[in-house]
Structures are given as structure tokens and as C-alpha cells.
Design a protein around this ligand. Structure first.
Ligand code: CO
Length: 211
């Protein structure tokens, strides 16, 4: 049986498994969601959200796109952030990139990629902003890894530009914004340890919205 044909069979087995552990599982699932985390990650099939964090359905509100971008003019990510912050009142927003990211690699490559050009142009902007640091790195693989990290950092900054996030900070000092990397080679999650409160302090003059 090919993978596609097996999906509904997989689903039947999954239901059985869940119900054998907890007969009320789906009643509880249907009752509502109260996730503490908003996870913004890459669409890459290897960099899943819940599985690598050991989370279950109901635990994480998820948004994924090519190269885990937070683009201020992207209605989709804006709606996700607003919903997560204003209605779900998540405590944490995580931007998670991953080493070996094809989107980031493509942005380092001088070729015309059609529809992807506009999207990846924003990763190229990260290269421009951090040009001096990246230019110092002679090893291509190391440069690529560093760009993945810097892209996460810049997308975290885009998160704090959001009026929804700034309003929540003023009202309840939450959510905390985190920049993570998933290392496909080891399976490890790496916290980049970016202090977004401190970053906002430095960027306030430019991005504060007085919500
Ligand atoms: Co990727």
C-alpha cells in the first residue's frame, strides 16, 4: 500500500490508540483549546512543531511557512499572531528556524526562482543587515548556519514590531518571544538566548507603537 492510501488506516489506528489510553480523549479535545505556545516555524517536512517539542494536540498554536518568516505585510502571519496573543493569550511566541533550511540556502543563491523571489528577498534583507558579520565567515557551511540563526533573530524582531504583541506587553508583560534552531543532524533544539525585552529596549525609539 502506498503512503497516501494508508492515511485513513493510520487515522483509524491513531483514534484507537488515543481512546485506549483515555476514552474521553476526543471529548476533551473538542471542548476547546488553551495552548501556551505560538510556534512559528519552517514548512520543511522534517522540522515539525509538536513532535520535536514532545507536545500533543491542543498544546501549540502553529504557523509554518518557507524559512519561518514573520513578514509584517503578510495577512496570514498577522492574523495568527493576533489570534494567539489577543484570544488565546499565549505565554510564549517561538520563532524556530532549522539548519539545512532550503529557503535560506536559496536566498544565498543568485538565481531567479519565480514566485519565491519576493518571499526570499526578505531573507536577502537579513544578509544585507548582517553583511559585515557574514562576510567575515569564510567557511560556506558556517556562513549558512549563521544566516539561519540571524534570520530567526530578525523574525523575532518582526514579532515585537506587532501592535498585538506590544499591547499585550503593556497589559500583562507577556508573551515572551524566543528564537530557536532545530538541528536536523542531531535532533537538538537550540535556544539562541535572544533577550527580546532588551532588543525592544534598543529598538523602541523606532518601533514602539504606544498601543
Ligand atoms: Co526551512
Amino acid at each position: 500500500m502506498d503512503k497516501f492510501s494508508k492515511i485513513f488506516e493510520n487515522n483509524r489506528q491513531w483514534i484507537e490508540e488515543k481512546l485506549s489510553l483515555d476514552p474521553q480523549y476526543f471529548d476533551r479535545l473538542a471542548a476547546g483549546q488553551a495552548p501556551e505556545f505560538l510556534y512559528i516555524g519552517c514548512s520543511d517536512s522534517r522540522a515539525t512543531a509538536e513532535e520535536l517539542m514532545g507536545m500533543q494536540p491542543g498544546d501549540v498554536f502553529v504557523h509554518r511557512n518557507v524559512a519561518n518568516m514573520v513578514v509584517p505585510t503578510d495577512n496570514s502571519v498577522n492574523a495568527v499572531i493576533q489570534f494567539a496573543v489577543e484570544f488565546l493569550k499565549v505565554k510564549h511566541i517561538i520563532v524556530c528556524g532549522h539548519y539545512g533550511c532550503g529557503g535560506v540556502k536559496a536566498a544565498m543563491t543568485p538565481s531567479d526562482m519565480g514566485q519565491l523571489n519576493n518571499w526570499l528577498q526578505m531573507v536577502r534583507d537579513v544578509i544585507r543587515i548582517h553583511h559585515d558579520e557574514l562576510d567575515e565567515i569564510k567557511d560556506e557551511e558556517e556562513k549558512y548556519k549563521r544566516l539561519v540563526e540571524l534570520n530567526v533573530q530578525e523574525q523575532c524582531i518582526n514579532v515585537i514590531k506587532s501592535p498585538h504583541v506590544q499591547r499585550a506587553w503593556n497589559e500583562r508583560k507577556l508573551p515572551t518571544v524566543h528564537g530557536w534552531i532545530f538541528d536536523l543532524h542531531t535532533g537538538k533544539l537550540i535556544d539562541l538566548g535572544i533577550d527580546m525585552g532588551e532588543a525592544f529596549g534598543q529598538l523602541k525609539e523606532i518601533y514602539e507603537l504606544k498601543t
